[in-house]
Design a protein around this ligand. Structure first.
Ligand code: NAG
Ligand code: NAG
Length: 411
């Protein structure tokens, strides 16, 4: 073989190995909602598989969200190696080492990875580490984007998920305060809904991302953030909230076949405010025509058309409901109670679909002045509930699509 032929042969080899990763999953993500248990084999194996497989995967760890990045790296390194990753490499960019984001050695290291994992903490630290003033992008972030566009999977948990949108990025806040006081770009109150208008890393388009979702009752906060920002330049009509120890696996992002499927313990909420109307009552936020979809393991969604395919293990609830009446709640954004499987919001929503005689129900906020009422209904067009039965209402795995939601104030 001549020297030139050898070079061409090697180039073809490199191209083949890259296009293999590319063609199988396209631009891909594994968004975990935080609380990822180290025994969650399905999710860890999926990340390693999408990063090239056992004994091949080279995981670049980005621990910039953590207050102690090396500690976070050490933890995940052990876990990923135990699950068969070939290498786990520390990408040394964090708020105390920001200059690394333009170090050519670090950029080179990034280019050698077959997957990335963004660990949890505070998503603002990730943006501070990878972007300059005015959200100017660093060479390291650009390299991650290029890798991801070529088919290198980006996984994240908690802040590592919330940081990924090109749309506005949620930074903090709780549902009640979000509904009462609205979205802010900065605040000294930790319960206030705060967001970054420039957006997150920009890897994932079209949706605001949130984590610890049902666990912390963040439904109200995401609805309010979408509603308050949808008309801004980085605003969008859709949001995704991922529950703890659960993953949304996205393949072929940015194409017409972009698909999300759900793995793990709980579920993923998709909020659609594209048809929503806000009508303040006595100065208080009120919204109607919000649609919510909740998917659990085995379900799939096309992220362009929002078409849902429920898992073959599930049956459609219309005609197979187990209860007469739906449940209500006096603390709708409580989140997940200890030793229960369904968050307060899901308990009411699932009961609407699992009730023979009710078509809608509601929950109110625990807080008053004003007290918000969240009304949920299965009467909307294209609304469906599905279930995989287990031993009780709490352990049954419910999913639904296009549940109608409105939030109003009473008195
Ligand atoms: C995984 O670990 C958690 C505790 O962290 C435990 O509650 C659960 O039962 C374990 N699951 C499996 C499948 O071992
Ligand atoms: C900071 O980044 C440099 C590369 O630019 C790296 O060599 C060094 O180990 C990093 N330091 C820490 C504390 O992460």
């Amino acid at each position: 073989m001549s020297k030139l032929n050898l070079i061409i042969f090697l180039l073809l080899l490199i191209q083949r190995s890259q296009s293999k990763q590319d063609s199988q999953y396209g631009k891909s993500f594994v968004f975990v909602g935080g609380g990822l248990s180290e025994n969650n084999t399905v999710i860890y194996k999926k990340i390693i598989d999408m990063a090239g497989g056992q004994n091949t995967a080279r995981i670049g760890m980005i621990a910039a969200a953590s207050a102690d990045p090396l500690d976070s790296f050490g933890y995940y390194k052990t876990v990923f190696l135990n699950y068969g990753a070939k290498e786990v490499n520390f990408i040394p960019i964090h708020v105390a080492n920001k200059s690394a984001n333009s170090d050519p050695v670090v950029v080179q290291l990034i280019k050698q990875q077959t997957g990335f994992f963004f660990s949890g903490g505070d998503q603002a630290r990730i943006i501070d580490s990878f972007f300059g003033n005015g959200h100017t992008i660093s060479p390291a972030m650009r390299a991650i984007i290029e890798q991801n566009n070529m088919g290198v999977v980006v996984a994240g948990s908690s802040a590592g998920t919330a940081c990924q949108p090109s749309a506005v990025m949620v930074e903090g806040g709780v549902s009640y305060d979000a509904l009462r006081y609205g979205a802010h770009t900065s605040s000294s109150h930790s319960d206030d809904l705060v967001y970054l208008q420039h957006g997150g890393t920009g890897l994932f388009d079209g949706y605001i991302l949130d984590s610890h979702f049902g666990n912390r009752g963040r439904e109200g906060r995401l609805i309010r953030l979408l509603s308050d920002t949808r008309h801004l330049s980085n605003g969008v009509d859709y949001g995704i909230g991922v529950d703890e120890n659960t993953a949304l696996v996205i393949t072929h992002a940015g194409t017409s076949t972009a698909t999300g499927h759900i793995l793990g313990e709980s579920g993923v909420t998709i909020i659609d405010v594209s048809k929503s109307q806000t009508e303040p009552q006595d100065g208080d936020f009120n919204i109607r025509d919000v649609y919510m979809t909740y998917l659990t393991r085995g379900d799939e969604i096309n992220l362009n058309t929002h078409t849902v395919k429920f898992a073959p293990s599930k049956t459609k609830l219309g005609g197979h409901e187990q209860y007469d009446w739906a449940l209500t709640s006096s603390d709708i954004f409580y989140g997940l109670r200890k030793n229960e499987h369904k968050s307060e919001f899901l308990r009411v929503a699932a009961s609407v679909f699992d009730a023979r005689l009710d078509r809608s129900s509601y929950g109110v906020t625990y807080e008053t002045s004003p007290r918000f009422t969240v009304r949920m209904s299965k009467t909307g067009s294209n609304s469906e509930g599905w279930v995989e039965r287990h031993s009780s209402f709490q352990t049954d795995l419910h999913s639904y699509k296009n549940m109608y939601v409105e939030i109003t104030t009473q008195g």
